[in-house]
Design a protein around this ligand. Sequence first.
Ligand code: MRU
Length: 344
Amino acid sequence: MAEPIQWLDGKLRILDQSKLPQEQKFVDLDNYHDVVLAIKQMRVRGAPAIGVAAAYGIALGASGIETANKNEFLVQLNQVLQSFAASRPTAVNLFQAINRMKKAARGNSIAEIKRSLINEAKRIHEEEISATKQLSQLGAELIKNGFTVLTHCNAGPLATAGYGTALGVIKAAKEQGKKLSVFVTETRPLLQGARLTTWELMQEGIPVTLITDSMAGYFMQQRKIDCVIVGADRIAANGDVANKIGTYTLAVLAKENKISFYVAAPTSTIDLSLSSGDQIPIEERSPDEVTHIQGVPIAPEGVRAANPAFDVTPHSYITAIITEKGIIRKPYTKGLKGMCSLSP
Ligand code: MRU
């Protein structure tokens, strides 16, 4: 399978995740409006992948600005940056990418700035590839031979434009020769687990069992799960973790059943500017995603529905946070700060 995000001849090619697994369709995006839309509509999704797509989208937006006046160019570039900032609020990788692109918008001429933005986007992409490879190698040490791992949502190559985070750790453990199997929660409302994670694991030849979200407690109680590993969309300075809705429920169940609960994320997902998870903005998406499954209505017309896309797991439920710079355990405030100050 070709890479899910590619920069090709000045265009952004993405694998449309909303069509998987039924259809493996690549789409070429040649203007930044389409990239913003692809992020909003979750045709590209997953925290690191959103950051990478936005970086290329900003480069695309800059390339499309036609003025020869540098000040006017910078005003228009700022509008591009703002459109991306308004696309999805929770994954901090998006905002880290926007800040880096803003800083990279330097040069004597407009042409130089445009080139510099393309190069910075490529660098962000390469760094995510290498960070996810590295954290997967480190995290694999936590997975013992014969383990059954439970994961939620999708944190593989699709979500990272790299090797994967939670799934990267699982893949690396398999590459180390360990025998393991994975329970995957379907992840309502948008079914990232059922549609994407099972698909990615099956391609890797890793045994996978799909369950509905509500079955997780049963299997933990039955001692069928050895550890839980998930990705993250934003990690606050105290180690609180925002991830796909339902993650908090799994963390509470894991603690109740004395099962290790790991979070795997590159340091680009850490937001030291927020002291705790209650400051993380939680995206509220359309209620249609709850009242419908893949466009098919499943509830009475007109019923009220809520749709927070993420929740926050307090750090006290987390056994360890796996990053490319090392595995962090409590106290997280000290560990996360130390890890972020290390050079890449
Ligand atoms: O709404 P999504 O599908 O973008 O949410 C994705 C998740 O919650 C992932 O678990 C997270 O981004 C980690 S991806 C490596």
